[in-house]
Design a protein around this ligand. Structure first.
Ligand code: ADP
Ligand code: ASP
Ligand code: MG
Length: 440
């Protein structure tokens, strides 16, 4: 088995939850020990919830609230504590981490950059750099010889900060040039998820939760035999276990099913992950780092389409009802103008419906994008905005599931297509009858 594995490359991705503290990182070490001698590239996210914490540092610096230093200090402390627990007090990791975090110190010494997204990428990327340095140092103490690669030297993107688009030709060339020689030497390779860099060497990020995507990019470039993402769940389930009871594991999924369910909010896999894998027929395993011997979920191209009902919920949705001011039809030339505005602001539209003079879209409500959108089109259109909504998608819907998910909800917009139902909902306040005593 081992000798046949030696010629093929596998890609693993460990997310924040799998490396949230020293014990979790030790567990990752135990998983990786079993792959000693394999050609393995490991992609890691930032530790635990570090990315959220770094986002707060950026926001504090931008608003000059005076809290940025204290927030950064807490993040550094957490990293040093974990490094100390794994590597002891005297280790070169501390100098390395200092050099990594100093990038943020310098950014905080300057006035906030006028381009928020640029500033965000320069600071938030430090999370992945620091976590990969710690995990790298730890693996080497386990006698798992591992090379650390800066993902920014491989993953080339355009300069859309916070949402870098991969420049595939350059990325493939660089991956093929730099990674195989390291694997040939018998080393594991560890690198960072989520980050890349422009041709001018500015750091970019690929969008929140983008480390799964990074692993898929490397899998594509290296023609990996398989990719595995290690999660805190047994595999892909029929719904998010944080939201629903009675969910069950799906043993097999097609790329098509996976891309649809993740696009509409099944947060277990970043939606962009599937395409590079599908394009090269690379199998994707979703496995549990808590139960590494479990079977997990296998995602490939050749799966028969017989699934139970699968539910995905996308939160932070807004519904925008756009009506022409002059009672002209919305369908004609207005449509291309509206789509241009949507593209300019990079609004993600999840559902749309149009009538004679109305065009209704359900979009992810991020930052103040929808307000900017409404302001831009205000001259010709009236926009009614409803925020704080959820988009519920049920694939392979059954009457029972359809009925259960509507309870206590007001459905504002609904669409049904073949076996898929999608509805934009808000909670309905429960109307409780007063007791007789209260009425007297
Ligand atoms: P990572 O540590 O790699 O960042 P995530 O937290 O992003 O992992 O993804 C794992 C989480 O995804 C699970 O803890 C679970 O709550 C959530 N999740 C949402 N939908 C599903 C689903 N259909 N199946 C499994 N997990 C899901
Ligand atoms: N650390 C990044 C995030 O939390 C990327 C990732 O974990 O996938 O969004
Ligand atoms: Mg995640």
């Amino acid at each position: 088995m081992l000798s046949s594995m030696k010629n093929v490359t596998q890609v693993f991705k460990f997310g924040g939850a799998s490396i949230k503290n020293a014990d979790a990182i030790r567990n990752v070490g135990n998983i990786l020990r079993k792959y000693k001698g394999h050609r393995l590239l490991v992609v890691v996210s930032a530790l635990g919830k570090t990315t959220n914490a770094l986002e707060k540092v950026v926001a504090a610096h931008a608003s000059q609230s005076g809290e940025s230093q204290a927030l950064l200090h807490a993040i550094k402390q957490e990293h040093y504590d974990i490094a100390r627990a794994l590597l002891g007090d005297e280790h070169e990791i501390f100098a390395l981490l200092n050099d990594t975090f100093v990038e943020i110190d310098w950014a905080l010494e300057d006035p906030p950059h006028e381009n928020y997204d640029y500033m965000y990428d320069q600071m938030v990327s430090v999370g992945e750099l620091a976590s990969s340095q710690i995990v790298h140092a730890f693996l080497n103490t386990l006698d798992l010889s591992t090379a650390w690669v800066d993902a920014r030297d491989i993953i080339c993107t355009d300069d859309i900060f916070r949402e870098g688009w991969v420049q595939w030709d350059a990325t493939i060339d660089r991956a093929k040039q730099w990674i195989p020689p390291l694997l040939d030497e018998g080393q594991f390779v560890i690198t960072q998820g989520f980050i890349g860099s422009t041709t001018e060497n500015f750091t970019t990020t690929l969008g929140r939760e983008g480390s799964d995507y990074t692993a898929a990019i490397f899998s594509f470039c290296l023609d990996a035999q398989s990719m595995t993402i290690w999660k805190d769940v047994p595999g892909v389930l029929t719904g998010d276990p944080r939201l629903f009871k009675n969910v069950v594991k799906l043993d097999r999924l097609s790329y098509k099913e996976a891309i649809e369910m993740t696009y509409y909010g099944a947060k277990v896999i970043h939606p962009k992950t599937i395409k590079p894998l599908q394009n090269k027929s690379i199998p994707l395993f979703v496995k549990s780092f808590i139960d590494p011997e479990g079977t997990g979920t296998l995602i490939t191209g050749d799966v028969e389409d017989t699934y139970p009902a699968i539910v995905a919920v996308e939160r932070q949705q807004a519904l925008l009802q756009i009506a022409t001011r002059d009672f002209s039809f919305v369908a004609e030339h207005h449509m291309s103008y509206l789509f241009q505005m949507i593209a300019d602001l990079r609004l993600q539209v999840n559902l749309m419906q149009n009538s004679a003079i109305n065009f209704t879209i359900c979009v992810n409500d991020i930052d103040d994008k929808i307000l900017q959108f409404a302001a831009r089109i205000d001259k010709d259109f009236i926009v009614i905005i409803d925020r704080g909504l959820e988009l519920i998608t049920i694939r392979h819907v059954t009457p029972e599931m359809n009925e259960r998910l509507r309870r206590g909800k007001l459905v504002l917009l609904e669409e049904r297509h073949r076996g898929t139902v999608q509805m934009v909902v808000k909670d309905v306040p429960i109307m409780e009858r007063r007791t007789n005593a209260e009425m007297d």
